[in-house]
Write a protein that binds this ligand. Structure first.
Ligand code: BTN
Length: 332
């Protein structure tokens, strides 16, 4: 069977499996005009991609009931009314290396201003400081938004911090409370990581500033992910005890981030500083920063107007750390 036909059958099959009903291999085969054996082969291939398909012997297949596929129309429909026109595209990909990379590549050919790129699965998801971002396919939220500032915002170094404030605000709209931020922009719940933000910045030094804001939120992590994540982690379904509507979550996050980007372009990080300090889980706490300049111990006093973490040591001296400069640890 030629690859294109096979791929089309596979995505049609996936759509049929997402109806919620159990459908037999024979019926699926009739609808797709392929044999029962071919249906079985496609189901196996989809499962190898990490798609949770449930099979009841003698009755058929369906997608696990807690999985709702990503859908660009549902995401667009869920955007706030004042945001719809500010986003140029919503692209949903089944599989990509990294949604940030996808937009960075596209930016070489055309504008990515207001382009939202969402993926069901990433093969090389990137985290901060060169780490991988691990998230089981079809169950989590991984997306990026491209944005162009006409000129470089003076406080561009604070963009990730402002983005984390926007995501916490989006989560509040789902009645998820108790989420904090760990410098620079980790989303934390009960000491465990719920999500993170990766900012890529590009452009001409005296001209436009092109950014990609990448967001990863754990919605449902599989046990198999545990060995691949090097810190305590949690996910939204565990926190809320409910199945999160990923399309709605992406829509609300995209709305809040787009609003933040507009405001950031006008006012810079200063407009988000107080809110970030309030949400930062270590504000007023004693910490240790380990970086290439050695170790600094002191109390976190807040963030500078450029998004640098401010730490006051025992001699009353204030140290400033930009994201990437050092690793932050709580002192016991
Ligand atoms: C972190 O290390 O905390 C940042 C994680 C950012 C992950 C997201 S997932 C979507 C986007 N694409 C990537 O490759 N990374 C970001």
């Amino acid at each position: 069977m030629p690859a294109t036909v096979s791929n089309r059958s596979r995505s049609q099959l996936l759509a049929m499996l997402s109806s919620g009903e159990l459908t037999s291999g024979t019926v699926l085969g009739e609808r797709l005009n392929i044999s029962r054996a071919a249906v079985h082969k496609h189901v196996q291939a989809l499962m190898r991609q990490g798609i949770p398909i449930h099979r009841v012997p003698g009755r058929g297949y369906r997608l696990s009931q807690d999985v709702h596929l990503l859908d660009s129309t549902l995401i667009r429909d869920g955007l706030d009314a004042d945001i719809t026109n500010r986003l140029s595209h919503v692209t949903v990909l089944q599989q990509v290396d990294s949604t940030n990379n996808w937009l960075l590549k596209r930016q070489l050919q055309s504008s990515i201003h207001g382009h939202v790129c969402v993926a069901e699965a990433q093969s090389k998801g990137r985290g901060r400081r060169g780490h991988n971002w691990v998230a089981s396919p079809y169950r989590n939220v991984m997306f990026s938004i491209g944005w162009e500032f006409a000129a470089w915002p003076e406080s561009i170094t604070g963009l990730g911090l402002a983005a984390s404030v926007a995501v916490v605000q989006a989560l509040h709209r789902f009645s998820v409370t108790g989420i904090g931020i760990k410098w620079p922009n980790d989303l934390i719940f009960g000491g465990a990581k719920l999500g993170g933000i990766l900012i890529d910045v590009n452009g001409e030094s005296a001209g436009r500033c092109i950014t990609v804001v990448g967001i990863g939120i754990n919605v449902h992590l599989e046990k198999s992910d545990a060995g691949l994540i090097d810190q305590p982690y949690t996910d939204l379904n565990k926190i809320t005890g409910m199945v999160t509507d990923r399309n709605q979550l992406i829509a609300v996050c995209s709305s809040e981030i787009t609003r933040m980007l507009g405001r950031f372009g006008d006012l810079g990080f200063q407009a988000f500083r107080a809110e970030w300090e309030r949400m930062h889980v270590y504000t007023g706490r004693r910490v240790r920063l380990v970086g290439h300049r050695g170790v600094v111990r002191g109390l976190v006093s807040g963030a500078s107007e450029f998004g640098a973490l401010l730490v006051v040591d025992d001699n009353g001296h204030t140290h400033r750390f930009l994201s990437g400069d050092a690793r932050l640890r709580l002192e016991q």
